[in-house]
Design a protein around this ligand. Structure first.
Ligand SMILES: NC(=O)c1ccc[n+]([C@@H]2O[C@H](COP(=O)([O-])OP(=O)(O)OC[C@H]3O[C@@H](n4cnc5c(N)ncnc54)[C@H](O)[C@@H]3O)[C@@H](O)[C@H]2O)c1
Ligand SMILES: [Zn+2]
Length: 366
């Protein structure tokens, strides 16, 4: 088992990564917190699969069940958790356990941030994306009809327990989605990690736990390092948004149906690499490396025909990351490094035009 510390003073916590350690680590983590009551939030199918393997404290509790899917990540879902906690007369010393993907983690974390002005919560992520990205860092929240993640709170978990065995039942598409964020971590912070992840892939991809454990731990280390320096995204943390400006735009424009989050980020990383070539001196081979890395994991990288470049720029300009009408994008001057810079809409437009002309080899024609 590997352990990664998120250094945030009194709000610091440990991320544990291992195989087959869910029950043991949850029991140990909860025992250390000495809660007056424990409330697990999950989806019905996950509860059916995992309720018997969570250790007596969690397995013996009555779950609070949420409907799966991004369309259920709304205030109503958070309200149902809050209502249930109040019905159960949960007090300030209670602990909420989020067992599931990023949707469960974000909603349960948000409810924990609001209930009695903040109670503790433990993340037990069960998707690769949540294990490498969503579960650590303390961003919690829900979507509004007007946009994704528009309501939320910074609320750090008390512990994160990552059991790679939970991924055994995860559909391949969701595994790929998590790989996009893993590749992102390599691009923004660790070239050797990017090389390791992109070079070791062989044949039909279903990674083994002994491959996943160090990979997940390294992604957690990268995220923990960034978050511990900039908890509330005053500056540096924005590098984690690499690929997310255009990614969020195409998610929004395609109604969250055509692309999973990771797939949209994959496409957005190619756009970000093209912008990086234009504004921060990224080397010419960067785009090809990014495209090849995404292709190795069966991730999409082309812009969808259904969204025009103008629409993508328009939506990107309304992103949360825009301030005072200036678009700021996470960019890379070269694999392993990242920066955040203002980007002129015309530069983004030009990058998108080149993006559409890319061929599978990553060469630009036109
Ligand atoms: N808070 C953050 O910092 C942060 C970072 C990245 C993403 N997010 C959020 O995370 C969400 C996406 O998370 P996600 O990709 O995990 O999606 P998700 O939570 O919707 O999970 C995807 C699907 O997989 C199912 N599932 C979960 N674990 C499973 C397992 N082990 N076996 C089989 N099925 C399983 C879920 O029920 C769901 O249907 C988005 O809402 C995004 O905004 C948050
Ligand atoms: Zn993301």
């Amino acid at each position: 088992m590997e352990q990664v510390r998120v250094e945030l003073g009194q709000r610091g916590y440990t991320i544990s990564v291992g195989a087959g350690m869910l029950a043991g680590s949850l029991e140990a983590g909860l025992a250390a917190l000495q809660p007056t009551s424990v409330h697990v939030v999950t989806h019905p199918s996950l509860w059916r699969t995992w309720s018997g393997s969570l250790g007596p404290t969690v397995s013996g509790s009555e779950p609070i069940l949420l409907r799966p899917g991004e369309r259920h990540k709304h205030l109503g879902a958070a309200a149902s958790i809050l209502g249930e906690l109040a019905e159960r007369r949960a007090d300030r010393q209670c602990v909420v356990v989020a067992l599931g993907g990023g949707v469960v983690g974000d909603v349960a974390g948000f409810a924990a941030a609001c209930y009695l002005r903040g109670v503790r919560f433990v993340q037990a992520p069960t998707t690769l994306l949540a294990q490498v990205d969503a579960s650590a860092g303390g961003k919690t929240g829900v979507d509004l009809r007007q946009g994704k993640n528009l309501v939320g709170a910074f609320h750090q978990p008390s512990a994160v327990v990552i059991d790679t065995q939970t991924l055994a039942t995860l559909p391949a598409r969701h595994m790929r989605s998590g790989m996009a964020e893993i590749l992102k971590h390599g691009i923004i912070a660790d070239e050797a990690y990017f090389e390791f992840v992109t070079s070791r892939r062989t044949g039909r991809w279903r990674p083994l736990p002994d491959w996943l454990e160090p990979v997940i731990a390294q992604s957690c280390r990268i995220k923990a390092h960034v978050v511990s320096q900039d908890e509330r995204e005053g500056g540096l943390r924005a590098i984690l948004n690499f690929g997310h400006t255009v990614g969020h735009a195409i998610e929004t424009l395609t109604g969250y149906r055509q692309f999973s989050h990771g797939e949209a980020v994959a496409v957005g990383m190619v756009a970000a690499a093209l912008v990086s070539e234009r504004v921060c001196g990224a080397p010419a081979g960067l785009v090809r490396r990014v495209v090849d890395g995404l292709t190795a994991y069966g991730l999409p990288w082309s812009l969808p025909e259904s969204c025009s470049d103008d629409e993508i720029v328009r939506v990107a300009m309304h992103d949360k990351k825009t301030s005072g009408g200036i678009l700021r994008m996470a960019l890379t001057p070269g694999v392993g490094h990242a920066t955040v810079m203002p980007v002129d809409a015309l530069v983004l437009l030009d990058a998108l035009r080149c993006h559409r002309a890319l061929r599978p080899s990553g060469n630009v024609h036109g």
